[in-house]
Design a protein around this ligand. Sequence first.
Ligand SMILES: Cc1cc2nc3c(=O)[nH]c(=O)nc-3n(C[C@H](O)[C@H](O)[C@H](O)COP(=O)(O)O)c2cc1C
Length: 194
Amino acid sequence: MKLLHIDSSALGANSVTRELSAAVVARWQDAVPGLAVEYRDLDAEPIPHLTGRSLAKADPAEAADAERTIQQFLDADVIVIGSPMYNFGISSTLKAWIDRVAVAGRSFRYTETGPEGLAKGKRVIVASGRGGIHTDAPSDFQEPYLRQVLGFLGIDEVEFVRAEGVAYSPQHRSDALAGAHASIRTPTPLRLAA
Ligand SMILES: Cc1cc2nc3c(=O)[nH]c(=O)nc-3n(C[C@H](O)[C@H](O)[C@H](O)COP(=O)(O)O)c2cc1C
């Protein structure tokens, strides 16, 4: 079984989502002996924005990395994504990754009856961090967006481990982090087999 661990926070050691994504991955490692984990830090090694040159594969090194990125995504059984809310949406580094994994003919396709996701059978756990409180609010363009785009790719099993309101006060931050840690689910044999 393969797990792909993605971080995209720009806040380094002070990051809420890095702490939570690492805790989720540790839980999976405890539950699944021999789990193969690959890690990608999109802040330390950002993927270039998708441009016309990218689509034309004008830069062989960029094209090779793009191929590695989509294949790494397709190969993963479980994906753990650290996603900070930046300006009401996801970080641009994470968006750059999505632009490389949402590829027509690889992870989705259009048919005469509409789009079809081709990346079926994966589980995604998103470690979400927000300075304010946005759950079920119209200001949330982060989690609904991730659910939408992952669903478009065929991934319906998306779970959020969320710490929000972390900017309100140090107490809010520690309470939100404690609540998020407590919400991390241990992968059960049933869910592993699903
Ligand atoms: C550039 C930037 C933009 C942010 N934009 C928002 C925002 O729109 N709404 C919000 O609630 N918090 C916002 N925040 C606060 C972050 O969501 C919060 O710090 C969260 O913990 C980010 O996750 P991280 O700690 O893993 O980086 C922003 C933070 C930064 C650095």
